[in-house]
Design a protein around this ligand. Structure first.
Ligand SMILES: Cc1cc2nc3c(=O)[nH]c(=O)nc-3n(C[C@H](O)[C@H](O)[C@H](O)COP(=O)(O)OP(=O)(O)OC[C@H]3O[C@@H](n4cnc5c(N)ncnc54)[C@H](O)[C@@H]3O)c2cc1C
Length: 411
């Protein structure tokens, strides 16, 4: 028998939910996680962890020994190639990793359970709302539903869906989002030390795609191959991701001596905004809060960080947690993510994308700044050139934003 009253209920056992549960359980909170999938469920993802994500895992005391370590990024734009080491400045380590999600997510949820969280797999949860306040969840396992009341519910259910609609945390329709597709293939270069990103993708009509193709070596005999695109591009609604990944495979297949696809390529959404990420009795974390970096599609780190913030605020004061969490997230991420979304509108324009790319990879030094800015690796304490570039970009994009949105490339 499970308790019908807990202090904290978490809907979703991905990185965001697991991080929140781990952190809360370690502080002595009575927390339950409801995960619709089974233990070891997969998540469509590139599996890439930036140094920022590794720092978050370090914060959680989760070892990355099971992951394949990565020392930097090979950026490819047309005929220009730059091999860029991770900066390793300030509070972020000089390495990232590739950790296939089946294993990463299992490691995280196992760590949450080991910390004392009650994790219930194959259980779908829906928020219970009374007089506008989220007071718990209805949890359904094998067709049997029971009500669990809680002081707060953390919505960690991934890209907005039914749970988001119930609490009013839908995507903001005026803001960009992304779509990406990936598969795995065997490659003799599976243990390469660099991620590879090709920034000059085109769709089947020759339209430049704001996004990139990636080859992420997993270190286990396979590589994660995928492509992602931003909704700001012309013809986005008709973009065929299967054709795009097939075309990308054609570009990289020989150099990586790729074997056949190990599974059918699968696509999923990259949410980059929500209209609301907190309310009475609830907060949203990770993808459910639209916390994906528009400049590189990274969301694991933001899930881990926001999950930790939500738990920390709950531990401090359950009743004040939603408001305080929202403020903390705003302070840490909103300016950067807003710049990223403006940037998404900018590169939705083919001409601006082309000239921007030429500039971004033009010299080794500038490419290094690009890497640091796009990866959100600018440490506020030691901002240096990248910090100045980020602030200048924010100011310039703020001025250009209304025009970019109005002239948004449409199908
Ligand atoms: C193709 C692709 C490539 C990507 N590549 C990268 C990358 O390389 N690096 C990176 O950092 N990010 C990447 N991302 C983004 C990253 O995958 C997400 O940002 C990340 O998974 C967010 O974690 P989360 O915990 O918020 O959500 P999720 O990982 O989606 O977890 C949500 C969980 O909630 C569960 N759930 C949903 N509804 C319910 C319910 N009602 N009841 C119970 N459980 C429920 C789901 O089963 C799921 O397990 C990529 C995304 C895509 C689509």
């Amino acid at each position: 028998m499970h308790a019908d009253r807990v202090q904290l209920a978490v809907i979703g056992g991905g990185p965001a939910g697991a991080a929140a549960a781990m952190r809360a359980a370690r502080a002595g909170v009575d927390v339950v996680v409801f995960e619709a999938g089974e233990h070891g469920r997969d998540k469509v993802c590139g599996d890439g962890l930036t140094p920022r994500a590794v720092a978050a895992l370090n914060d959680l005391d989760v070892s990355i020994d099971d992951a394949h370590r990565i020392s930097g990024l090979r950026m490819i734009a047309g005929r220009t190639q730059r091999e860029l080491p991770w900066p390793g400045s300030g509070r972020f380590p000089a390495y990232g990793a590739v950790w296939p999600r089946r294993r990463l997510d299992a490691a995280l949820i196992d760590a949450a359970a080991a910390s004392g969280a009650d994790v219930q797999f194959s259980t779908t949860a829906a928020p219970v709302i009374e007089d506008g306040v989220v007071v718990g969840v209805d949890a359904t396992t094998n067709g049997v539903t029971r009500r669990v009341r809680s002081d707060m519910v953390i919505v960690a259910a991934g890209a907005p869906g039914a749970v988001a609609r119930a609490v009013g945390a839908a995507r903001n329709p005026d803001e960009p989002f992304g779509l990406a597709i990936r598969t795995y293939a065997e490659s003799p270069r599976h243990a390469d030390a660099l991620l590879e990103a090709c920034l000059t993708l085109r769709d089947e009509h020759g339209t430049p795609v704001p996004g990139y193709g990636w080859m992420f070596p997993c270190g286990d005999g396979t590589v994660n191959i995928g492509v992602g695109a931003l909704s700001t591009m012309k013809g986005f609604k008709k973009l065929n991701l299967n054709s795009l990944i097939a075309a990308y495979r054609g570009i990289v297949g020989d150099a990586w001596e790729l074997g056949p696809d190990l599974e059918r390529p699968r696509a999923w959404r990259l949410p980059m905004s929500v209209v609301r990420r907190h309310g009475p009795g609830w907060v949203a974390v990770g993808d459910a809060a639209g916390l994906v970096n528009p400049m590189n599609g990274e969301g694991i780190d933001y899930g881990l960080e926001s999950g930790m913030l939500a738990a920390d605020e709950f531990v401090r004061s359950p009743s004040e947690a939603p408001d305080r969490y929202d403020r903390e997230v705003a302070e840490r991420f909103d300016a950067f993510l807003r710049t990223g979304r403006r940037f998404a509108f900018l590169i939705g324009h083919p001409l601006l994308l082309r000239s921007g790319l030429r500039l971004a990879v033009g010299t080794e030094a500038i490419a290094q700044i690009t890497l640091q800015v796009m990866g959100n690796l600018v440490d506020p304490d030691t901002p240096g050139t990248s910090g100045r570039v980020l602030r200048a970009a924010d100011r310039a994009l703020a001025v250009a934003d209304p025009v970019l949105r109005r002239t948004r490339a449409r199908a």
